[in-house]
Design a protein around this ligand. Sequence first.
Ligand SMILES: [Zn+2]
Length: 141
Amino acid sequence: MTVTEALELARLQGVEVTLDGDDLVLKAEAAPPPGLLAILGRGKWDIVAALRLREAEERRRIVQWVNDHFTSSPAGVCAHCGGGARLEDPFVVLFVGTDRGEVHGNCHSTWLAEREAQACEALGSSHSAAFGHRDLILPSK
Ligand SMILES: [Zn+2]
């Protein structure tokens, strides 16, 4: 059975397989059938590798979306909170192509998280929604 077939089988049985470090995380409404667990356990490292590739590809799409939807903000104004220059919180200057924006250092991570959440929504990605559900973790060994 290929990785794609195994993941498709899981999906058909109502189990969503995601990645958490080196572990596979199974998200399901009901306990997954033992047969499925055996298949996923046997193919675990292949599945982990395949999911890593998918995550990297999704990550690339999200970064691309954020860049594609980047708009310039006026100089000296935070693109996140709209505030002006602060001595204790210098601006991070962002350049995308010919666009230029500024966000406070303290606003940057929130600004980026919001942009990425928008990207996930726009791309129909379940990436952000996948966090927080940990019904079952297949052990590493
Ligand atoms: Zn700010």
